[in-house]
Design a protein around this ligand. Structure first.
Ligand SMILES: Nc1ncnc2c1ncn2[C@@H]1O[C@H](COP(=O)(O)OP(=O)(O)OP(=O)(O)O)[C@@H](O)[C@H]1O
Length: 227
């Protein structure tokens, strides 16, 4: 495994224009995430967790500072290159599954692989393997609407890991599940991430879940600091 951090945020700034004026959310945030490291992001509502995850995930650009993914500085990158890097190196899990409702569980895991050029047969084999590892053997042909909330999140996690990303970003990944299911799915998520040696940044409001990760950070006055 290389020593290059899977994610490096360096002096990242981001503010939003609001009716009350300029709202500085991130004021020079620094964070290094090494391969295999699982970090919890626990911070009060409105302090910038989603903003940070969107910037780390190359969904938005910072006003200043650097977002470096797998050693690649994304600052001056063209949109096409950012999209390619995102597809190849970053997996996302959201609070709500965001699966494509018209496609089966299998297809939802196959499509992001085909989007980066994986052949269908190989993508299907990988999808079968991932879904089986989350206990979804026999459910591959179901559409999301016919799966339980926990099953939907397991498909979403399979999808996030499908391209073997170096970095997984998750925003309250089990936040919409009941407590028992949330614990179970969260354990499965952590096990899969550890197995794959993926670096993960996981925002959660749940201190019990955060305690199971390697490190807990928070946001204070626009900076990432140890919790
Ligand atoms: N596009 C935007 N335009 C204006 N203000 C925004 C925008 N996005 C976020 N904000 C503001 O920036 C601050 C941080 O928002 P963000 O969603 O990152 O917080 P959060 O910590 O993820 O909150 P929560 O835990 O409630 O999801 C909030 O005050 C929010 O209102």
């Amino acid at each position: 495994m290389s020593d290059t951090p899977r994610l490096r945020l360096s002096g990242v700034t981001r503010s939003f224009r609001t009716e009350a004026g300029e709202l500085p959310v991130l004021r020079g945030a620094d964070l290094d995430l090494n391969a295999g490291e699982i970090v919890a992001l626990v911070a009060p509502s409105g302090t910038g967790k989603s903003t940070l995850l969107h910037l780390a995930g190359l969904l938005e650009k910072p006003d200043g500072g650097k977002v470096i993914v797998d050693g690649q500085d994304t600052s001056g990158m063209a949109d096409k290159a950012r999209t390619a890097l995102r597809g190849q190196s970053i997996g996302f899990v959201y609070q709500f599954h965001h699966l494509l409702p018209e496609f089966t569980a299998l297809e939802n895991v196959v499509l992001p692989q085909m989007a980066i050029g994986t052949a269908r047969a190989a993508a299907e084999a990988r999808a079968h393997e991932l879904l089986a590892s989350f206990g979804l053997k026999g459910r591959e042909a179901h559409r999301p609407g016919r799966l339980s909330g926990g099953e939907q999140q397991r498909v979403a996690i399979s999808r996030a890991l499908a391209n073997r990303p170096g970095l997984l970003l998750a925003d309250e990944p089990t936040g919409n599940l009941d407590v028992g299911t949330s614990d179970l799915v969260f354990e499965e998520l952590l096990a899969a991430v550890r197995n794959a040696g993926v670096a993960a940044l996981i925002a959660t409001h749940n201190p019990d879940l955060a305690a199971r990760m390697d490190r807990v950070v928070t946001l204070r006055e626009g900076h990432v600091v140890p919790a």
